[in-house]
Design a protein around this ligand. Structure first.
Ligand SMILES: Nc1ncnc2c1ncn2[C@@H]1O[C@H](COP(=O)(O)OP(=O)(O)O)[C@@H](O)[C@H]1O
Ligand SMILES: [Mg+2]
Length: 238
C-alpha cells in the first residue's frame, strides 16, 4: 500500500502557438501511493485536465519526470505506453464518452474486445461490473435509454473492465444531477476499498470531500495538499 504508483517531479506543460504561450503546468511535484483516493480541485483553467492527460499518458509534459508504477514514461515507446495505458489506467470523463445506440453490455465489453479477451469471458466480466454499479437489470438497454447518472455508471464499469490499478476521472459528476452524483461517489469509494487508486478531478467541494486526499491547483501550480485533514505540503507563490 505504501509504494508510490505515481511519481511526478518538476512537471511543466507549456502550450505554444504562433501568438500565445500558455503555461498550463508550472513545475509540479507530488506522489500518489497505491490505494489512495485523491481529488484534484481548482478553478477552471488551473491545469487539472492537462495534468490528468499527462498522468493518463494521453499527452506529454514539456519538461519534468513522470514515473508510472516504476517506469519512466518518457522512455517508453508509443506501443509500450499504449499498452500500459490500456492495462493500468481506466478513464472516466465528464461527457461519459459511450457509444450511442449501443447496449450497456457492449459498451463495457469494448476495451476487452481490443485487448483480445474471448467473447464469453468479456461478456461475463462486463456483466459482473455492470451488476457492481447497480445496472444488472440494464444490460440490453442502449445508452440513450438510460439516465445521465446511469450512463456514467456504465462508463465506470467500462473503466474497470481490464482491472486497472488506477482510475482517472475528469469531472465525473459534471453532467449529472446531484443525487446521482452522490451514487457515483459511493461507487468510487467502493472501488477504492477494493484496492483501485482513484484520481478524480472536480471543482465541486461536496464531491471532493469524498476523497481521502485533496490537492488544490491554481495557475498551474499545487497550492494545497491535504490528507486526513492534515496539510502535507504547501507551496507559497511569491
Ligand atoms: N490544447 C491546448 N492548447 C492550448 N492551450 C491549452 C490547451 N489545453 C489547455 N490549454 C490551456 O491550459 C490552461 C489549463 O487548462 P486545463 O488543463 O484544461 O485546465 P482545467 O482543467 O483546470 O480547467 C488553460 O489556460 C487552457 O486554456
Ligand atoms: Mg478541465
Amino acid at each position: 500500500m505504501n509504494t508510490p504508483i505515481i511519481i511526478v517531479e518538476h512537471l511543466s506543460k507549456v502550450y505554444k502557438s504562433d501568438l500565445f504561450e500558455t503555461v498550463a503546468l508550472a513545475d509540479i511535484s507530488f506522489e500518489v501511493k497505491k490505494g489512495e483516493f485523491l481529488a484534484i480541485m481548482g478553478p477552471s483553467g488551473s491545469g487539472k485536465s492537462t495534468l490528468m492527460h499527462i498522468l493518463g499518458g494521453l499527452d506529454q509534459p514539456s519538461s519534468g519526470k513522470y514515473i508510472l508504477d516504476g517506469k519512466n514514461v518518457e522512455s517508453l515507446s508509443d506501443d509500450d505506453l499504449a499498452d500500459i495505458r490500456n492495462r493500468k489506467i481506466g478513464f472516466v470523463f465528464q461527457a461519459f464518452n459511450l457509444l450511442p445506440r449501443t447496449t450497456t453490455l457492449k459498451n463495457v465489453m469494448l476495451p476487452m474486445t481490443y485487448a483480445g479477451i474471448p467473447r464469453e469471458k468479456r461478456e461475463a466480466i462486463a456483466q459482473k461490473y455492470l451488476e457492481m454499479v447497480g445496472l444488472g437489470d440494464r444490460l440490453s438497454h442502449t445508452t440513450n435509454q438510460i439516465s445521465g447518472g446511469q450512463q456514467q455508471r456504465v462508463a465506470i464499469a467500462r473503466a474497470l473492465s481490464l482491472d486497472p490499478a488506477i482510475i482517472l476521472a475528469d469531472e465525473p459528476t459534471g453532467n449529472i444531477a446531484s443525487a446521482q452524483a452522490e451514487e457515483i461517489m459511493e461507487i468510487f469509494k467502493d472501488i477504492n476499498e477494493k484496492g483501485h487508486t482513484i484520481i478524480m478531478i472536480t471543482h465541486e467541494p461536496d464531491i471532493a470531500s469524498h476523497a481521502k486526499r485533496i490537492i488544490t491547483m491554481k495557475d498551474g501550480k499545487i497550492v494545497n495538499d491535504v490528507q486526513n485533514n492534515k496539510e502535507i505540503r504547501y507551496q507559497h507563490k511569491h
